[in-house]
Design a protein around this ligand. Structure first.
Ligand SMILES: Nc1ncnc2c1ncn2[C@@H]1O[C@H](COP(=O)(O)OP(=O)(O)OP(=O)(O)O)[C@@H](O)[C@H]1O
Ligand SMILES: [Mg+2]
Length: 209
């Protein structure tokens, strides 16, 4: 396995930054964490569930924004949301979708086809779709080509979620994003180099914005 003896503890409700060069193992780790990929060895829990034995329970409570847009491009925003909400068995789907679309500034575009959205709007839709079932853990992998405004909106929502007790694990290459995290870890060649309080790691290293 490309990730070797990696361990992190992410406190509930924290914003946790996951840093490291391309190919270092961030996506692989996140996929193992939420039960999409089985590690060759080791033990882990996610949201108090065993990642080896209780992956289906974990998946119900996680919202995972992947690096590549993974919703249906030929469905509208509201159709995509309805589809995801049905999969998760969300109650009062329409009310929930209406509220979350309004909260994240997508209400006016609800009938637009997802495939016609540009980068930042696509990322907003991905965020809305991954929050529709009220997850306890949000996993975000930086989407290429997203504008700063959309990224800012993501961070506003991440702070809001964190205050509400949702844990946010965000993979990023940007120091100005890392400094907004409570904790960070840095991975290279599949091994953890450092982890701890973001301010304790970044400020002494002069890595602030
Ligand atoms: N199951 C596996 N077995 C062997 N190699 C793998 C496996 N899964 C991923 N890899 C490889 O391991 C490396 C790490 O990939 P990963 O996608 O986790 O990196 P990343 O840190 O997310 O990179 P990026 O910043 O580009 O998103 C890649 O070269 C990938 O092809
Ligand atoms: Mg990745």
């Amino acid at each position: 396995m490309v990730v070797d003896h990696f361990d992190i503890t992410v406190p509930r409700g924290a914003i946790y930054g996951f840093l490291g060069p391309n190919g270092s193992g961030k996506t692989t780790t996140i996929r193992m964490l939420c039960g999409l990929l089985l590690a060759d060895a080791g033990e882990d829990t996610c949201l108090s569930f065993d990642v080896r034995k209780q992956a289906s329970e974990i998946k119900k409570q996680v919202g995972y924004i992947t690096q590549k847009f993974s919703l249906y491009e030929d469905l509208s925003i509201c159709e995509n949301l309805d589809f995801v909400a049905r999969i998760y068995g969300v109650k009062k789907r329409k009310d929930r979708a209406t509220k979350i679309l309004a909260d994240l500034g997508l209400a006016d575009r609800a009938r637009q086809l997802a495939g016609t959205l540009l980068g930042g709007w696509k990322q907003r839709l991905a965020l809305v779709a991954r929050l529709i079932h009220d997850p306890k853990l949000l996993l975000d992998e930086l989407t290429a080509g997203v504008d700063l405004k959309a990224r800012g909106d993501f961070w506003d929502e991440a702070l809001h979620l964190s205050k509400a007790g949702v844990t946010v694990l965000v993979s990023t290459h940007y120091i100005d994003e890392a400094i907004q995290c409570d904790f960070i870890t840095y991975i290279a060649y599949g091994k953890k180099l450092i982890d701890g309080l973001a301010t304790s790691i970044l400020i002494p290293a002069g890595l602030t914005t």
